[in-house]
Design a protein. Structure first.
Ligand code: GLV
Ligand code: MN
Ligand code: MN
Length: 431
């Protein structure tokens, strides 16, 4: 088997890219909120996109199953029945008011890889690959519903924690109850776990979610590592009192403490640490115009290339909050809801992604870009059981987690070619 794709009719990749874009539009219509895209874990929309994905998996010849964590899986066996699988994929869940490509494009591109690699070609070069191919549509990467990200991929990695069962969504539904409502049995979560010896690796294509490729004027990049992340829910406690009758020297205003905390996060993260911190949620209680806020809740998301600097920044923020709250007569505490170590992409998978991208470039072109991912991905969890590699696609203006999120059909077409070439280079290494 050649480590390269043969000459194919010129429209093969653009046609695949057109199908991917049309399906991104189709999935965007599966939303909980008309006019906006929102699709969260264990919702009716989750069930609907799994059914669509399963249909498309069967169309390219895969057998399908939904695992014990609601991940939708397609499998194309190798000629050797016990051969391990190369897992391809990404996620189908979204943030609130999402774009249509984050995660989704990676699942749909993976299906096009399967279609390409098993299509009969004139010189009959294709399968058997030395490994099975799996496409996984992960069910919860974003953590939108329960605050804890990577639930789907953590189940596959066998790193599910029983502490998560009591997490609640905004309506007070626990994760355990949501499992049952979706038709899943919490007692069987362990069945979603995969063993390292079943897998040869995990490869994911994803939009960059930042401006680097757009600024460089390049379509595709090799990902070197995925950022380390921690998320917290912070509670600040003061005292609720009458807005008119309470003089400033008697106020213990929790919202003002939270506001100073958000500014401290920015000030500290803008320092020398190369950590990005975001306060994306802020709520005051009891939430009336004529009451000094007695309690405030805020979220904190910290990302960085290295776990150590991320943790030092959290320590610095904590010390700063002690000071801020002390001066204002407030108390504060934090609950950690997500902690994911940085994941380095495996040298072999980085290499095959690089080879794959080079196949799309003119001979003698510069080396493809290598980028560290500031965004989180399912590979952060899957890295616990197998090697991870990622391919980034240019994201115009770097805008993501927003309805204007975009990717060009030309870049998707190049990305499909690069990913297919990467799989063949990996196959050549495995023979
Ligand atoms: C997921 O997209 C994340 O990085 O938060
Ligand atoms: Mn996302
Ligand atoms: Mn994503």
């Amino acid at each position: 088997m050649s480590p390269r794709l043969p000459e194919l009719p010129p429209d093969v990749f653009p046609a695949a890219a057109r199908r991917v874009m049309a399906r991104c539009d189709e999935l965007a219509r599966v939303t909980a909120t008309p006019g906006r895209i929102e699709r969260v874990y264990l919702s009716t929309e989750h069930a609907r996109v799994n059914r669509l994905a399963a249909e498309w998996m069967r169309e390219v010849g895969m057998t399908t199953s939904q695992d014990a964590a609601g991940n939708q899986i397609g499998r194309l066996a190798a000629s050797e029945p016990h051969a391990p699988a190369l897992m391809l994929g990404s996620h189908l869940d979204t943030v609130p008011d999402a774009g249509r490509f984050d995660g989704i494009v990676g699942v749909l591109m993976a299906l096009e890889i399967v279609r390409l690699l098993r299509a009969p070609h004139a010189d009959g070069w294709i399968s058997p690959l030395p490994f099975a191919l799996e496409v996984v549509a992960f069910s919860d990467e974003e953590g939108t519903r329960f605050g804890k990200a990577l639930l789907g991929s953590s189940a596959v990695a066998g790193t599910w924690s029983d502490e998560w069962w009591s997490l609640t969504d905004a309506d007070g539904t626990t994760l355990r109850e949501a499992f049952r409502e979706f038709g899943l049995d919490p007692g069987r979560i362990g069945e979603a776990a995969r063993r390292p010896d079943e897998l040869v690796g995990y490869l994911e294509a994803h939009i960059e979610q930042g401006p680097e490729l757009d600024r460089r004027g390049e379509s595709l990049a090799v990902v070197s590592s995925i950022a380390s992340a921690r998320r917290f829910q912070l509670v600040i406690e003061g005292e609720a009192r009458h807005a008119g009758g309470t003089p400033y020297d008697m106020r213990r205003d929790a919202l003002l403490g939270a506001s100073e905390a958000a500014l401290a996060v920015e000030r500290i993260c803008r320092g020398e640490h190369h950590i990005i911190g975001t306060v994306g949620q802020l709520e005051a209680f009891p939430g009336a115009v004529n009451i000094v806020p007695g309690e405030a809740h805020l979220s904190l998301d910290l990302r960085g290339e290295y776990d150590g600097s991320r943790d030092r920044v959290w320590d610095e923020i904590s010390a700063d909050l002690d000071g801020i709250m002390g001066v204002r007569g407030l108390r504060w505490h934090a609950r950690e809801v997500h902690n994911a170590a940085a994941v380095m992409c495996a040298p072999l998978l980085r290499d095959v992604v690089r080879e794959g991208i080079l196949e799309t470039l003119p001979r003698g072109a510069d080396e493809p870009a290598t980028i560290f991912s500031r965004a989180g991905h399912d590979g952060m969890a899957i890295g616990a059981i197998t090697d991870v590699g990622m391919l980034f696609l240019r994201n115009p203006d770097g805008i993501s987690h927003h309805p204007d999120e975009a990717v060009s059909i030309g870049d998707v077409s190049l990305g499909i070619r690069a990913l297919a070439e990467s799989v063949l280079h990996l196959a050549a290494e495995h023979r």
